[in-house]
Design a binder for this molecule. Structure first.
Ligand SMILES: C[S@@+](CC[C@H](N)C(=O)[O-])C[C@H]1O[C@@H](n2cnc3c(N)ncnc32)[C@H](O)[C@@H]1O
Length: 241
C-alpha cells in the first residue's frame, strides 16, 4: 500500500463517529441502500444497522462506490431487536417520519450518540419504530411531491449531524478502539501476510505509523513455517523489532 493510501485510511479512522449511525427500517431497494451507505461513509458513520428479515441483503455496487467495504451493516430480524440494541448502546433514536409530532430535523442535538431511522420506500417507518423512538423528525418541504427519496432524506439528516459535530470538534480525534484500527490497517497494508495469519491462526504483528511491520524475529520465523511461500521482509521496508 502506498504511504498516501495508508495516511488516507488513518485519517478516515480518525474521523469515524462510532456513536452516529443509521437504522434502515425495511428500506429494500438496492440503489437506495447503497446511496445511504455512501453518505454514511462520507460523514464518518462506522456501522449501519438494517432490519432485513429476508435471507440476503443486496447493495448496488455502482451506487455504493466501494463504501460497503468501509461501512459494515449489522442485520436485525426485527425493528424491536434493532432499537433495543441501539438504546442499550446509549443512542437516542430519531425516526424520520411524516407526523404531526415530528420536529424540524435541525432541532435535534446530533452531538449526542444518535441513530437515525429511515423507512420503507412506500410505507415509511414502522409503527413499532415510532413507538420506541425518542424523537420524530421531518425535513420540511414546500413542493408538490410529498416526500424525498429515502437516501436523500438520510443524507440531509446525516450532514446536519456532521455540521453540528464538526462545530463542536468531534472530528479528527480517534474514537474507535486502537486494536480494531491496527487490525484494519494491517489487513489493508499487508493483505498477503494477513491472509497467512488467518489461515494459520497467527496473531497479527504491530505496525508503525508508516505501516511497516514491527515484528520480533520469531514472528517472521513462524510466518515462514506457516507459509513457506509468504513474502520475505523487504530489505529496509519491513522493520524488525
Ligand atoms: C419515500 S419516503 C416514504 C413515504 C411514505 N409514504 C410515508 O408516509 O412515510 C421513505 C422514507 O424517506 C424518509 N423521508 C423522505 N422524505 C422525508 C421528509 N421530508 N422528512 C422526513 N423523512 C423523510 C423517511 O424515512 C421515509 O420513511
Amino acid at each position: 500500500m502506498s504511504p498516501e493510501r495508508f495516511a488516507r485510511i488513518n485519517e478516515m479512522l480518525d474521523n469515524r463517529q462510532p456513536d452516529l449511525t443509521v437504522l434502515l427500517d425495511q428500506v429494500h431497494k438496492t440503489n437506495n441502500i447503497a446511496a445511504v451507505l455512501r453518505s454514511a461513509d462520507a460523514v464518518g458513520v462506522h456501522q449501519l444497522h438494517a432490519v432485513w428479515p429476508e435471507s440476503a441483503m443486496r447493495v448496488s455496487g455502482n451506487t455504493a462506490s466501494g463504501s460497503q467495504q468501509w461501512v459494515k451493516t449489522l442485520r436485525h430480524q426485527t425493528v424491536t431487536d434493532a432499537i433495543t440494541a441501539l438504546k442499550a448502546d446509549g443512542m437516542q433514536v430519531v425516526v424520520t417520519n411524516f407526523s404531526p409530532n415530528a420536529k424540524d430535523f435541525r432541532e435535534i442535538d446530533y452531538t449526542k450518540p444518535t441513530a437515525i431511522v429511515l423507512g420503507h420506500e412506500k410505507n415509511g417507518v414502522s409503527d413499532e419504530a415510532v413507538r420506541l423512538a425518542d424523537a420524530e423528525v421531518i425535513i420540511p418541504m414546500v413542493g408538490m411531491v410529498q416526500s424525498l427519496n429515502v437516501s436523500v432524506a438520510g443524507a440531509l439528516v446525516l450532514f446536519e449531524a456532521e455540521r453540528q459535530r464538526r462545530a463542536t470538534g468531534m472530528y479528527g480525534n480517534r474514537k474507535l478502539p486502537e486494536d480494531y484500527c491496527q487490525k484494519l490497517l494491517f489487513e489493508q497494508g499487508h493483505p498477503i501476510y494477513a491472509k497467512a495469519c488467518r489461515r494459520k491462526g497467527l496473531v497479527y504483528p504491530a505496525i508503525d505509523e508508516t505501516g511497516q511491520i514491527i515484528a520480533p524475529p520469531d514472528w517472521w520465523q513462524k510466518m515462514r513455517e506457516a507459509d513457506p511461500d509468504s513474502p520475505r521482509p523487504e530489505r529496509g521496508r519491513q522493520r524488525r523489532m
